[in-house]
Write a protein that binds this ligand. Structure first.
Ligand SMILES: Cc1cc2nc3c(=O)[nH]c(=O)nc-3n(C[C@H](O)[C@H](O)[C@H](O)COP(=O)(O)OP(=O)(O)OC[C@H]3O[C@@H](n4cnc5c(N)ncnc54)[C@H](O)[C@@H]3O)c2cc1C
Length: 328
């Protein structure tokens, strides 16, 4: 029997989708060994309300740490608490996400525990004494299988790669105390800046419309925005070339040095398909590419390809999506 800890990432008091992915993956690991799933939820007073949602995805116990100084993510305090809980709880595996927050948190937690860490995990299982994981390496060109020798095994799931499964449990809520005084942390969040719009984040959206230089200018992205609006559940992402040119914010950059996304549907618009871009989106479930150059490398990994000018293809696609949604 092996108990598993899942980190429940939240922002502004709302659970991130990756929190539910972590719990879902932890449930599968625990079920295979007859263990329990404990979710660690850290936030401002009142965050305990989110325990029910974690129970819906299979958490048996939600360890809630509430503190006025923990409303915003605090690397120092959260890493100390997570490492302490993982150690004292004797967990076999601790499941985090390789989200932006996870990338900051994971190495801190692993260092405090003195264990190794594997990020960008796309599959994990427990086999006897070993925790076996798959994860892309070499900018996603190779999928490596690793056997994690250290106990506990600390892993970071690739965001968007885990299909959410509801596995309802009436989660037991246990209040836990922070390690030390979070108000005394040496690093403090002074201000949280919201993105320009309240639209979906590329990490959470089931549909991502990603634009490249083929959209020609910042204004050209209106075509991508229109398509995202037509879907209703889509977010707009971009290549590094576009972000470097200042057409879109760096928070939307997808790729090796940007964000990793794995939505159900990824529409690459005017993107050449450089290996560094593919590193951030190649695990998307269905990939559609629109490019006027039929030799563009993006077509090699696309499930569907449209050879054409974005200025013509996108408005037609947007109209078709609007029409299809009207009749449903
Ligand atoms: C260390 C390193 C890290 C990097 N990290 C990243 C990263 O994280 N993310 C990332 O994206 N890149 C990254 N890059 C950059 C990457 O190598 C590419 O330069 C970049 O992805 C190219 O962006 P693009 O596809 O928008 O532009 P381009 O390569 O210029 O491609 C534009 C495409 O649009 C098509 N097009 C042009 N006009 C039209 C039209 N009217 N209709 C339809 N199609 C049209 C063209 O045929 C072309 O295929 C990195 C590079 C390095 C060296």
């Amino acid at each position: 029997m092996a108990n598993i800890l899942a980190f429940a990432e939240q922002r502004s008091g709302e659970l991130r989708k990756v929190a539910l992915e972590n719990v879902t993956a932890a449930r599968a690991l625990a079920d295979a060994t007859g263990g329990e799933v404990h979710a660690l939820l850290v936030g401002a007073p009142g965050i305990a309300q989110k325990a029910e949602q974690l129970g819906k995805h299979g958490a048996d116990v939600v360890l809630v740490c509430e503190h006025d100084a923990l409303g915003d993510y605090n690397a120092e305090a959260v890493a100390a608490l997570a490492a302490d809980r993982i150690k004292s709880g004797g967990y076999r595996v601790a499941v985090f996400s390789t989200s932006a927050q996870g990338r900051d948190l994971l190495p801190r937690v692993a260092a405090k525990l003195g264990v190794g860490v594997v990020t960008d995990v796309t599959e994990a299982r427990i086999e006897g004494d070993a925790v076996i994981v798959k994860h892309p390496i070499n900018i996603g060109k190779v999928i490596a299988t690793a056997s994690i020798a250290s106990t506990p095994a600390v892993i970071g799931l690739r965001p968007g790669n885990t299909t959410l499964v509801e596995n309802p449990k009436a989660a037991k809520v246990e209040q836990v105390q922070p390690v030390g005084d979070p108000s005394a942390a040496r690093v403090k969040v002074k201000e949280m800046k919201q993105g320009a719009s309240a639209k979906l984040d590329i990490g959470d959206a089931p549909v991502v419309i990603a634009g490249g230089r083929g959209l020609k200018s910042a204004e050209g992205f209106k075509l991508a925005e229109d398509l995202a609006d037509a879907f209703g559940n889509a977010a707009v992402g971009a290549t590094r070339a576009v972000c470097d040119d200042g057409w879109r914010p760096h928070s939307e950059q997808i790729g090796q040095t940007g964000r990793v996304v794995s939505p159900d549907l990824y529409i690459a618009v005017g993107i050449s398909g450089a290996i560094q871009h593919l590193a951030g989106m190649r695990t998307s479930r269905t990939i559609v590419a629109i490019n006027k150059d039929k030799e563009a490398p993006i077509f090699k990994i696309a499930d569907y390809g449209i050879v054409g000018d974005v200025a013509e293809v996108l408005p037609a696609l947007t109209a078709a999506v609007r029409e299809a949604r009207k009749s449903h």
